[in-house]
Design a protein around this ligand. Structure first.
Ligand code: GZL
Ligand code: ZN
Length: 327
């Protein structure tokens, strides 16, 4: 078999595998125009309601922008993301965008994309890589979210009796992800300045509801005094609240709860006094990603860092004016 025919066989295999990859997702909606820009998008998975909304935002925005999206769901495995990015390169997409599940391990595949002349956008989570290996970052400021959580707690317990120690449990996100690292750092930078606040427990619940439930159920078995739960996302919070109720505790009253994302269920819990502070993390990054991708493919520059705007909702705020969260 000549090298040429071997190459074309390889090309066919790549197209077939990409089709299988993308067709195991939701059936493609309206076909993009024939000369459409082709984007390969590697998504982490579907670990939380936030992630599912993030995926919808990307898919809706691609359709709106007339961009043909080859979407790959890595099912929480970095090696699946690296494989998907390699297949995007082989398929010679116009642009690659991905959500890095963890900060490290991307240099080689990004060097391959650069060698192939394909611009890469990092979205939602950050990577520890040579910045010249990707065109820009669109996402969220996790350290700010962690700081906001701490500021709320400091404010809420400011009036407590001198000498009282406020005992905090932290449920953190995926180990090694920029978001878990950022939220933990931002929280500690503010809390550790204050005497009288102690993070007595910190474990990863991997952003998943089931793990948030398990962590809280196990923690409550030996009945430690927990004054506050700082949970890195609503999915873990909802699981923890189930476990609190099973133990006869009132979420938001017996244990103060600060949570991040602001999915509808968390806003409803805030309204019901079952959660005390909800910090928004905006999943709707699709339109920005598509705009920047078009600029890149047209030979433009991408801003190094774009942060989608986010709010903080506290107990007592009038959130009746909030539009539905959409997820
Ligand atoms: C945040 C995002 C996090 C969400 C979680 O930018 O990466 O991952 O907070 C999601 O809900 O699983
Ligand atoms: Zn955010």
């Amino acid at each position: 078999m000549t090298a040429k025919s071997l190459n074309s066989l390889k090309g066919v295999l790549v197209v077939v595998s990409l089709f299988l990859l993308s067709s195991c997702q939701k059936a493609e909606k309206a076909p993009a125009p024939k000369d459409a820009l082709i984007m390969g998008f590697s998504q982490i998975g579907a670990e939380s309601a936030w992630r599912i909304r993030n995926t919808q935002s990307v898919q809706e925005a691609a359709e709106q922008a007339g961009i043909q999206l080859i979407f790959a769901n890595a099912e929480q495995k970095q090696e699946n993301q690296i494989k998907a990015i390699r297949s995007f390169i082989a398929y010679q997409v116009d642009v690659i965008a991905f959500v890095p599940i963890v900060v490290s391990g991307w240099d080689n595949v990004l060097q391959e994309a650069r060698k192939a002349g394909i611009p890469v956008l990092v979205t939602d989570r950050k990577i520890e890589s040579d910045e010249s290996l990707y065109a820009g970052f669109i996402g969220t400021d996790s350290e700010k979210e962690g700081r906001e959580a701490a500021l709320f707690l400091l404010d809420k317990f400011a009036g407590r009796k001198a000498g009282d120690m406020i005992r905090i449990a932290e449920f953190s996100g995926t180990v090694g992800s920029s978001v878990a690292d950022g939220r933990a750092k931002g929280f500690r930078d503010s809390i550790e300045k204050e005497p009288g606040f102690e993070i007595f427990y910190s474990e990863s619940g991997d952003f998943m509801r089931s793990k948030g439930y398990e962590l809280m159920r196990t923690l409550l078995e030996n009945r430690p005094r927990i004054d506050a739960l700082f949970s890195h996302n609503d999915s873990m919070t909802l699981g923890a609240m189930d476990a609190m109720r099973e133990a006869g505790l009132r979420p938001g009253k017996d244990i103060a709860i600060i949570t991040i994302d602001a999915q509808q269920k968390a806003i409803d819990a805030l309204n019901a006094g079952e959660v005390n502070c909800v910090i928004e993390c905006n999943p709707n990054q699709g339109p920005l990603i598509m705009d920047i991708a078009k600029q890149l493919v047209a030979g433009g520059q991408a801003p190094r860092f774009i942060h989608v705007d986010e709010a903080v909702f506290r107990e007592g705020d009038d959130i009746s004016i909030l539009p539905p969260r959409g997820y």
